[in-house]
Write a protein that binds this ligand. Structure first.
Ligand SMILES: [Zn+2]
Length: 293
């Protein structure tokens, strides 16, 4: 628990597996900045405390363990955990909540507020660049010191990189924080050299109940998605798959190689190949990676 200048722990959190203990301690220390120095204006955007504490617990654990527990692996495993088919259900709630009672405050401390927000912030950090992200975070913490913040204020400290991406941070991130669930990217044949990507919301039939509790979103369950892939030189690049649009990628581009993209992939091209070769005749083919499991 991250009181001002006094961090307390339940003993069971201090006698567990080394990397988990490290993460818990790092998480509470991160709250000295995200939560104490700058706190969320209202409980509906608790992710401003918990999402950042989650992100920085991964970064700090990597830093002090000399890479033994790498940030990449921690993020990848948390993203996989979040996207796991078995965890779908309540866990797909939006990170931004409606808070209108004492009980709803208690319910706000869920995996969407913690893990989902942390991986959304990591995606944002990758898009705008680590240097720029760190600099803007410093400005944000200085500018909002001893004060409260909300998402609009937070977004105002950042700018999208020049280029062909979403026009503002607000336009890019609000659909990620405010919508139930996450995207499913479908890969289809485009021509001999390229595949075409399209998006829909991933739905395994468990979303109805949560949908009934949340207003139909302005963005109609569409997202601006940075789809990372390895280019011919094995360098990481990304292409934007915009709301209500499609994107084209090379046939052999490995999508989401670091596993940090917050979406599942349904690869119809690979599935067809496998079916034709007799290796697989059943579905599903959902995975966080391009690889078929
Ligand atoms: Zn926390």
């Amino acid at each position: 628990m991250e009181n001002w200048g006094l961090i307390t722990f339940k003993s069971r959190f201090l006698y567990g597996e080394e990397s988990l203990v490290t993460q818990v301690i790092a998480h509470e220390i991160a709250h000295q900045w995200f939560g104490n120095l700058v706190t969320t204006h209202w409980w509906n955007e608790l992710w401003l405390n918990e999402g950042f504490a989650s992100l920085y617990e991964y970064l700090a654990t990597d830093y002090i363990s000399d890479g033994k527990y790498s940030f990449k692996k921690l993020i990848e495993s948390n993203t996989k955990k979040y996207l796991s088919i078995h965890s779908l259900g309540n866990d797909t709630k939006p990170a931004t909540k409606t808070i209108d009672s004492l009980a709803s405050i208690a319910n706000a401390f869920d995996i969407a507020t913690y893990a989902k927000s942390g991986i959304i912030l990591n995606m944002f950090r990758k898009v705008i660049g680590i240097k720029q992200f760190d600099e803007s975070i410093r400005q944000y913490l200085k500018g909002q010191s001893y004060s409260t913040s909300n998402s609009r204020v937070f977004f105002s400290y950042f700018q999208m990189p020049r280029g062909n991406g979403p026009s503002s941070v607000d336009e890019f991130l609000r659909p990620w924080f405010e919508q139930v669930g996450h995207p499913l990217i479908t890969v289809d044949h485009f021509n001999e050299t390229h595949n075409i990507l399209s998006q829909s919301r991933f739905d395994n039939g468990k979303l109805k109940e949560i949908d009934n509790q949340t207003p139909y979103p302005f963005w109609k369950y569409q997202w601006d998605i940075p789809v990372w892939y390895l280019n011919e030189n094995n360098d990481l690049e990304y292409v934007w798959l915009f709301k209500n649009s499609t994107a084209i990628v090379r046939k052999n581009a490995k999508l989401n190689p670091e596993g940090s993209g917050i979406y599942k992939i349904k690869n119809n091209v690979e599935a067809q190949k496998l079916q034709e070769s007799g290796q697989r005749t059943t579905f599903p083919l959902f995975n966080v990676h391009m690889d078929i499991i």
